[in-house]
Design a protein around this ligand. Sequence first.
Ligand code: NAP
Length: 454
Amino acid sequence: MTFTATNPATEEIISEYPALDSAGIDNALVRAHGAFLKWRSASVAERAASMTRAAEILESEIPVVAELMTREMGKTFAAAKGEAMKCAATMRYFAEHGESMLLSENLPTKGSRSGLRYEPIGAIFAVMPWNFPLWQVVRMAVPTIIAGNVVVFKHASNVPGSALYLEDLFVRAGFAPGILTTVFAAVEQVPAIIADPRIVAVTLTGSERAGRSIAAEAGKNLKKCVLELGGSDPFVIASSADMEHTVAMAVTARIQNNGQACIAAKRFIVVHERADEFIEKYAAAMGAVQLGDPMDPSTELGPLVSSAQRELLATQVSSSIERGAKVLVGGVVPERTGYYYPATVLTDVPEDSRASCEELFGPVSVVLEARDLADAIRIGNDTPWGLGASIWAQDDGEIDEAIAGLEVGTVFANAMVASMNELPFGGTKFSGFGRELSALGAREFTNVKSYFVA
Ligand code: NAP
């Protein structure tokens, strides 16, 4: 098994690394465990100093690392630069706020003193996806490392350069080797890593299928597990929506990251009285999306990550068409080199078709019509997932009804769903459990130790 990066725009292999054997994985775990024994006693201020240095170095290298990400997985160069800047901002945010998030708390009881402390627990194993090669690791690792843990991560096998870049960045910033370690492990080696006594907890950002497997291994070994899985986020358009703004944001929410974001809007649910207007304007805007070379500044939509991912998406669309779905825009694989798929809009999608029931990890939108807002919320919740949702309305009553009614981890109103340092990020239902970012993310892998002095 190899970790192989293939440029999705050219279909050329750009780098290849063999997976580690068990001795190589053992070395990484020895290093991580040794690093933890020292790192856990460092003050949050010391941890923050290295994190700030990592941010400074990353900020000075943005075009270089952005080009690496674009070449490894096809996101547009502009999006890759944005991702790298966001990573640096998160490093700075947790360097600045980590101390207050992890402060011990006094909790008055009948004792003379009592309260709680947030204590690091050890080496956390993270299995990561390719879609945001830097951000997914940073979002998990930065708050976790600030809390005094160390992180061993198995990145997706198609982004080895991004994995190596991150490990090297942390060492150059002054973190001891072993505080952030990448292991080129095959999927088959994951259970042994989870079982290893030097690993105390595990997290995955990825598919439901991988989530079930990792949760089972964590359960067998009685280890804490955090899962950030997929979704089919509803984008709900209420009667009071500002249609120009809503349509522009609907396009961005669907095609961001070439349509390959867990929190990309996937189902567009519009109330009957605004449906014709939305569908006409949205189809026109999606039809105008510029598909092309991700390094070209005029490109809005680059290729999908792989030939397999494109084939899956094309099959999800074609089988739904066979069952009666209508294609307003797109839906045809272009004849060119690269794993391109156009911005696509489907209507009249049967409830039992693949486009309705499965996550569409690419620029394909399913537009659904609802009787009213209550019906739109019902349709929005009619899915096994519960990651994010957005509501588009100018009326506060409609906004509050959607915030309360949608069964998801995050609701945004009049803005597309995004991860932010200040807000906990995570899902409910089959989108997973646990939270990243914010104080909850910094505390997720800590032992919340209560104390009581009589
Ligand atoms: P994936 O196939 O689950 O891969 C993600 C990671 O898990 C990779 O490192 C992969 O390794 C590994 N993996 C795959 N099967 C595994 C198994 N059975 N046991 C252990 N590890 C396994 O997911 P993907 O298709 O690359 O990523 C897209 C999915 O991730 C979508 O469903 C998306 O919604 C979800 N996602 C969720 C979030 C979130 O925050 N909630 C964020 C981004 C993406 P290899 O690369 O070696 O196969």
